[in-house]
Design a protein around this ligand. Structure first.
Ligand code: A3P
Length: 345
């Protein structure tokens, strides 16, 4: 029987044979893996349940949703927006707590179903969830409940694409979509998948990118996610931001975010935010994640969410063969869009 989401999209379960093969290199989910058609979005088996909940989730007009494909600058933008709203004078002690509690991830609930992740060990979320919803079952979505009960202006992280959110989302609330050139994003994703228990990726960079290009890594495919947001870039409630532009001139991007979310900060306050959210400042405050989620040791000086933060590092990493393969993928997928990326050339 075909399973359908509330939005009418079809859900296809990956078969056992595929799972057994993929398991050798990738982390899997207790409820298996699914694809959501027509784009083929690839998620853990509980994602349809949570996506249906998001379909009817109550967004508020003053919410700011940070929507991204993973590894494109989500955490940086979360810190920027949260600090613009709640800490422009750098005097809010809350700012040193985990950004994942100050800016919860709407797409995280399905990730607690990872085979290697002991859900209830994800202590910081569970503690908050138990406090705000003592009678509820965490299986119904801890993060969705935390977000629902959150007071004040919400800064919401989310990796799901526009088409899997509430219909008419952009008419209800503001979305900041952050994107990055896919070559650097894929490398960043590989390093992340290597160290996180949920992914526990054990192959090479080439193998990881091969699987990404086939759409067989959680959250893939990249292109429909980006193209859909790009097609909405002129909507008054959508701010489309390139990671590379943030790297090139952060003050310029902060000014446009300031106007977009209506925070009316002064130049001095924007300077404060820029300083507080620089890569080195964020690294010095440490990772926003429970260390029990790590699988392997990190490279020296790295954290899980803050690593090199460079534009064009792929040039030091890709072999000519890998670059040719990725270029072909980019070319094939760029035919019907006018979005162009800065590859640091
Ligand atoms: P690299 O792995 O290339 O270093 P996300 O938050 O979406 O997971 O993205 C993570 C990427 O953003 C990582 O890229 C990380 O280093 C980079 N990043 C995080 N904070 C940053 C900051 N303050 N400035 C620049 N890049 C940052």
């Amino acid at each position: 029987m075909t399973r359908r989401l509330l939005n009418g999209m079809e859900v296809v379960q990956m078969d056992e044979e595929w799972i057994e093969k993929a398991k050798k290199k990738h982390g899997m989910f207790k409820h298996g893996m699914v694809r959501i058609l027509p784009h083929g979005y690839f998620y853990g088996g509980r994602a349809p349940y949570f996506i249906d909940k998001i379909h009817t989730f109550k967004f508020r007009p003053d919410d700011v949703i940070i929507m991204t494909f993973p590894k494109c600058g989500t955490t940086w933008m979360q810190e920027i927006v949260w600090n613009m709203i709640y800490n422009p004078n750098l005097d809010n002690p809350q700012a040193k707590t985990s950004i994942f509690l100050r800016s919860p991830d709407m797409s995280q609930d399905m990730q607690f179903d990872g085979e290697e992740v002991d859900n209830m060990e994800v202590s910081e979320f569970e503690a908050l969830f138990r406090k705000i919803a003592p009678d509820k079952d965490p299986e119904e979505g801890m993060l969705l409940e935390i977000l629902d009960k959150m007071e004040g202006r919400r800064v919401i992280k989310n990796h799901y694409p526009l088409c899997l959110m509430t219909p008419g989302l952009l008419d209800k609330t503001k979305v900041i979509y952050v994107i990055r050139n896919p070559k650097d994003a894929l490398i960043s994703y590989y390093h992340f998948a290597r160290v996180m228990k949920l992914f526990r990726f054990s192959g090479t960079l080439e193998e990881f990118i091969d699987d990404c290009l086939k759409g067989e890594v959680v959250f893939m495919p990249f292109w429909p996610h980006v193209k859909e947001a790009w097609s909405q870039r002129h909507h008054p409630n959508m701010l489309f931001v390139f990671y590379e532009d943030m790297k090139a001139d952060i003050m310029k991007e902060l000014r446009s975010i300031n106007t977009f979310i209506g925070t009316n900060l002064t130049e001095q306050q924007l300077e404060n935010v820029a300083k507080f959210t620089s890569l080195s400042a964020m690294k010095s405050r440490g990772d926003p994640i429970d260390k029990r989620n790590y699988k392997t040791e990190l490279m020296e000086g790295d954290t899980v969410y803050m690593r090199k933060g460079q534009v064009g590092d792929w040039k030091n990493v890709f072999s000519p063969e890998l670059d040719a393969k990725v270029n072909k993928w980019i070319e094939e997928n760029s035919k019907d869009t006018d979005i162009t990326f800065n590859y640091g050339n």
